[in-house]
Design a protein around this ligand. Structure first.
Ligand SMILES: [Zn+2]
Length: 456
């Protein structure tokens, strides 16, 4: 039996959302009888439009599923969330539509989670159909062996420094590839680590495995996707509450994730990121100041971060490509994804492990550059000389270096060789110093984390 040959559904749930339901999740209960081994769910709704924030005037309805173990914030009953990306899903004891979790179909009250992300002027009429034990076979074939192409040799980094990408998506949310394909693409790009961040799911983590052994080291993570902004957590194996789009609740959840040992970062705080709408200073370690190619409005994310720094809110800068598509053809130029665009470089010391990479991200012992080829930009206290910072730039010849502090206008110098260094005074009242490299076109091609004046 195929999903398009199914007979009449066993159960039909229907309802309507008005404009005032927009961005408020609803939990729709239904009863699962005992002895079932498979559940198939299909949904449909009126005036359907794409989830792209630029498109308005109709409805976008997200879906997720909780089993009989309940809908609480950390419930083991969370079986998955697929946004508006999939119109039907199967959960079987032995397989499931990604990102949903396979396993026992327990008897009792389950809940379909419906999220009216957008509600148009006519409201949203929705229908959810449920089949019990329809006998569907898995149409999902995880690709196994994929031939790996070794990258051309990359410019050497400093001893102990690793290059990685912190943000990508697979078939376990709205990407087009399997985790194994993403890992291989990462190794072809020359990455040493990969932060794996499907939306509101952790099912991808198991499929990735730990990486390493010639592949990028996997930082297990999740992109917590709320209706007022997204945040990444790396170093966590569980899902985090995404249903409450109020600043206080979001900050509370980020704090809980941070306290559990995860590194927490605000994602793409820029127009169409989608943006970050929560006015909170606490609960996160980092800001994704650079998401995808620089020209895609990342100046707004940089300005958001710099405003925090100027207020003395000490947060690290990170970057991520937000890669979704490794295969899709017909993607317009400029929208093609490339792992490592940008690349985040971290000082992992003498042991490249998940723990040392997370520690470097948390502490801001890192910088971000346009690609795995660099340029490389190392900024640190000038050893033995108080009140000064030392800079080293590799493979940045021709770019303009800007040294920025809270206190005075930026100092600018042209980098005139591929191995370049300099030192700068940072007066006690300067707050912080950070550096960035800017191309002739005016794009940032590398940026450092800040050195704080009170630690010089
Ligand atoms: Zn996002």
């Amino acid at each position: 039996m195929r999903a398009d040959e199914l007979p009449k559904a066993d159960l039909v749930l229907e309802g309507h959302f008005d404009k005032d339901h927009e961005r408020r999740y609803a939990h729709v209960p239904f009863e699962v009888p005992s002895g079932r081994r498979q559940l198939h769910i299909r949904y449909a709704y009126s005036d359907q439009i794409d989830s792209d924030p630029l498109i308005t005037g109709g409805n976008t309805l997200d879906i997720g599923l909780f089993d009989e173990r309940g809908i609480a914030a950390s419930s083991a009953g969370f079986r998955g969330w697929s946004g508006s990306n999939k119109m039907e899903l199967t959960i079987d004891e032995t397989w499931a539509t990604p990102p949903y979790r396979k396993g026992r179909i327990g008897a009792g009250t389950w809940h379909v989670l419906l999220g009216p992300y957008k509600v148009g002027p006519r409201g949203c009429d929705w229908k959810v159909e449920v089949w019990f034990d329809p006998g569907l076979r898995s149409p999902w074939r995880m690709s196994g062996a994929v031939r790996r192409v070794d990258p051309d040799p990359l410019p050497a980094a400093r001893e102990g420094w690793l290059r990685g990408d912190l943000h990508c998506h697979t078939l376990y949310s709205d990407g087009d590839s399997w985790p194994q394909e993403m890992l291989i693409a990462g190794s072809e790009a020359g990455l040493d680590f990969l932060g794996v961040t499907d939306h509101n799911n952790v099912g991808h983590q198991l499929a990735y495995g730990p990486g390493g052994d010639g592949l990028p080291i996997v930082l297990p993570g999740v992109e917590v996707t709320t209706y007022g902004g997204h945040w990444n957590a790396w170093g966590t194996d569980r899902w985090w509450e995404f249903r409450e789009p109020e600043a206080q609740a979001v900050e509370r959840t980020m704090r809980a994730a941070a306290e559990s040992g995860a590194v927490v970062s605000i994602c793409h705080p820029k127009p169409f990121g989608p943006p970050w709408e929560y006015a909170v200073d606490g609960g996160f370690h980092a800001v994704e100041v650079w998401n995808g190619p620089w020209a895609q409005l990342n100046a707004a994310s940089l300005a958001y971060w710099e405003e925090l720094l100027r207020r003395g809110v000490r947060r690290a800068a990170v970057g991520g490509s937000d890669t979704h598509y490794l295969h899709r053809s017909g993607v317009p130029a400029g929208h093609l994804d490339a792992l490592g665009t940008p690349t985040t470089w971290v000082d992992a010391g003498d042991r490249p492990t998940v723990a040392t990479i997370l520690a470097a991200l948390r502490d801001g012992r890192s910088f971000v550059s346009a690609s795995p080829r660099g340029p490389q930009l190392y900024l640190e206290p000038d050893r033995g000389r108080a009140g000064r910072v030392a800079l080293e730039v590799r493979n940045g010849a021709g770019a303009r270096l800007e040294l920025i502090t809270a206190a005075r206008s930026p100092q600018r110098l042209v980098v005139d060789s591929s191995a370049w260094d300099a030192t700068f005074d940072v007066p006690a009242g300067a707050g912080f110093a950070r550096a960035q490299l800017v191309s002739e076109r005016g794009d940032v091609v590398a940026l450092s984390n800040p050195v704080w004046a009170d630690r010089l």
